[in-house]
Design a protein around this ligand. Structure first.
Ligand SMILES: [Zn+2]
Length: 239
């Protein structure tokens, strides 16, 4: 393969800033580096055009991922591929890239509050891709999880905090447009969600993120989420 990928510099900048920001959380698992992969560099990885990124511990087991990691001289297991093939190669694409990186890392942070990083290692890449890719037009009450599945209030909270931390480090993320597809997930009031954690975010910037995220989510955020999620389920039941 020749030539540099358009997203390579942005990826390195993101990895450096995220590794620094999450050093306490990574160290707790014997890690030092966050790794972002580009879908186009992983042999045989097919990602749906609806999917911007994947976050699953099982990805680490893929030999294709390990070979990219070795080629890049990176350490660490956190494996988050971003679908660079569907992103425009301009400043909008770079902004979407950063948003997708924070989104996927927030899944890792959210899961780590409950489970070890090794959960799910037997899941195949096909199953992982299928599980995470949700085409809204194919959703049905009987056989699909709700579209917000794995994007519950705990995830939203992680994503808003991490987005702020990365922006503080000069890796600006537009949480309103690039972090979460709010409308698509049925979240009607993104500014309302952000408002519930605004004070806590600005008061806690000097503390490790993992420590802050161990606290319970604010009740106002849980309520907003419960209303949005309930409305979506109700609509599906009544269809
Ligand atoms: Zn997600």
């Amino acid at each position: 393969m020749t030539g540099k990928n358009f997203f390579d510099d942005e990826r390195r900048r993101f990895e450096d800033a995220a590794s620094e920001e999450l050093r306490v959380e990574l160290a707790a698992e014997g890690e030092t580096q966050v790794n972002i992969y580009l879908a186009s560099e992983i042999e045989g990885l097919i990602m749906s055009p609806y999917t911007l990124g994947l976050a699953c511990p099982s990805l680490w087991e893929l030999p294709q991922i390990q070979s990219v990691r070795e080629k890049r001289g990176r350490k660490g297991r956190t494996a988050t591929p971003i679908n660079d093939r569907v992103l425009p190669q301009n400043r909008f694409g770079l902004a979407m890239f950063r948003g997708a990186c924070v989104h996927e890392l927030s899944h890792h942070l959210d899961w780590r509050r409950f489970v070890s990083a090794h959960v799910g290692t037997t899941q195949s890449i096909a199953a992982t891709t299928e599980a995470i890719t949700v085409d809204p037009s194919k959703w049905s009450w009987n056989n699909e999880p709700p579209i917000w599945k794995s994007h519950e209030y705990g995830f939203i909270r992680c994503a808003l905090f991490l987005s702020d931390r990365m922006s503080q480090r000069g890796v600006h993320v537009n949480w309103l447009s690039d972090l979460i597809p709010w409308g698509e997930y049925g979240y009607k009031d993104p500014i309302g969600y952000a408002e519930t954690v605004r004070q806590e975010i600005s008061d806690s910037r000097d503390k490790p993120l993992g420590e802050i995220l161990k606290r319970l989510a604010p009740k106002e955020m849980v309520k907003l989420w419960a209303i949005d999620a309930g409305a979506q389920l109700l609509q599906k039941v009544e269809e």
